[in-house]
Design a protein around this ligand. Structure first.
Ligand SMILES: Nc1ncnc2c1ncn2[C@@H]1O[C@H](COP(=O)(O)OP(=O)(O)OP(=O)(O)O)[C@@H](O)[C@H]1O
Ligand code: SF4
Ligand SMILES: [Mg+2]
Length: 357
């Protein structure tokens, strides 16, 4: 939904409208379709040039699927994807070739995504060979330049992935992604497989490279601790939908969606003055419902302490309740109630427990 008054399509590098990905479930001897995993179920957003858009949400909410759709590693079921104003939704292999240079992906598992039998030089040089591009100054010099760019020893181009640490391997993945000077980099959980002590280094590297190379990022993470430092804007996903989309400051200072509030309260408070005080930590009860048959109405109603009758029937649209701040909720926090007077759902408030530290 692009009702955000701040929307400036001219700035949009990538624009996504009504994006859907359903994975069919086939059963029986005839492999008849018995249903579908609604991994991404109608999302709208845009990525502006030069920004970092953070995507956050619990496991299984569709973040990776969304990442693979916008990099066109997956074919969308429905909706539209535009890159620099061009419709790329259903481009075939040939049509995608020029785009493969412009849009790159960094994966969570720095080991699994690097071929163990190839040297680092071969891995980082692969995009040039695939795109049949000869870098100025030759391939080896360019690979070495990329290795130093990401903080690796350029003399190590003949080594194999297993000779590097996890953090270094992720740097190799980053060097490979940046080889062809992409415009958009989609990083799917780029640091979650790394030691906490290494995470900040890799995040800082991504940050520095963005400034140096004028990159635009979509960074996917399952918790807010990584996202909060690097994102200009943040989209919160729940069961295949975006439930809140706002600039970082607005999201942190005044989150509107109850789910965002819950996610934020799960992040430990580093401020020692607040330690020991009542943390107001919200513990969501129950598991995330199945994306095969998501709850009717607002998908979060089975876990929401603010749910009313209406929430079980009407899916709240994602609308801007403040400049630059969109939310999909009938009864948002920090904003006027969108459906005042609607009768509370029996037992809704029991869906949450507040704890003290
Ligand atoms: N190829 C596939 N076939 C069938 N179902 C799939 C496929 N890929 C993903 N799914 C399902 O789609 C839903 C969303 O998965 P996805 O990997 O996008 O979530 P995620 O938010 O990235 O989760 P995580 O934080 O665990 O990485 C899940 O229920 C998942 O099981
Ligand atoms: S619409 Fe209702 S159930 Fe959904 S988040 Fe808002 S208050 Fe909770
Ligand atoms: Mg994922």
């Amino acid at each position: 939904m692009s009702e955000n008054p701040e929307t400036n399509t001219e700035d949009a590098l990538l624009k996504v409208t009504g994006l859907v990905k359903h994975f069919p479930i086939n059963k029986g001897l005839l492999r008849r379709q018995a249903g579908a995993v609604k991994a991404v179920d109608g999302i709208d957003f845009e990525v502006r040039r030069g920004e970092t858009l953070g995507i956050v949400g619990e496991s299984g909410c569709g973040k990776s699927t969304m990442g693979r759709l916008i990099t066109r590693l997956l074919e969308p079921t429905d909706g539209r994807i535009e890159f620099e104003g061009k419709d790329i939704t259903h481009l075939g292999v040939a049509g995608m070739r020029p785009l493969r240079r412009d849009v790159q992906m960094i994966f969570q598992d720095p080991y699994g995504s690097l071929n163990p039998r190839h040297t680092v030089g071969t891995i980082v040089g692969a995009p040039f060979r695939l795109q049949k591009v000869t870098p100025e100054g030759g391939l080896k010099a360019e690979v070495q330049r990329l290795l130093s760019l990401v903080g690796l020893n350029p003399e190590h181009f003949n080594r194999y992935p297993h000779e590097f640490s996890g953090g270094q391997r992720q740097r190799i993945g980053i060097a490979r992604a940046l080889a062809l000077k992409p415009k958009l980099v989609v990083a799917d959980e780029p640091v979650s497989a790394l030691d906490v002590s290494i995470q900040a280094q890799v995040v800082n590297l991504l940050d520095d490279l963005q400034e140096e190379l004028g990159l635009t990022y979509v960074i996917i993470a399952h918790d807010l601790s990584v996202i909060r430092h690097v994102s200009d804007r943040i989209a919160v996903m729940y069961l295949g939908k975006i439930v809140e989309l706002a600039d970082r400051k607005s999201l942190y200072e005044a989150p509107m969606h109850p789910y965002t509030t819950a996610l934020m309260s799960a992040v430990p408070v580093p401020d020692p003055r607040r330690r020991g005080a009542k943390s107001g930590r919200i513990l969501l009860k129950g598991d995330v419902p199945s994306p095969i048959s998501p709850p009717a109405g607002c998908r979060f109603h089975t876990r929401c302490w603010k749910a009313t009758e209406m929430c079980t029937k009407v899916d709240p649209p994602l609308v801007a309740l403040k400049t630059g701040h969109q939310v999909a909720c009938h009864h948002p926090e920090n904003a006027p109630d969108q459906a005042p007077g609607d009768p509370a759902l029996p037992g809704a408030t029991e869906a949450v427990a507040t704890a003290t530290e």
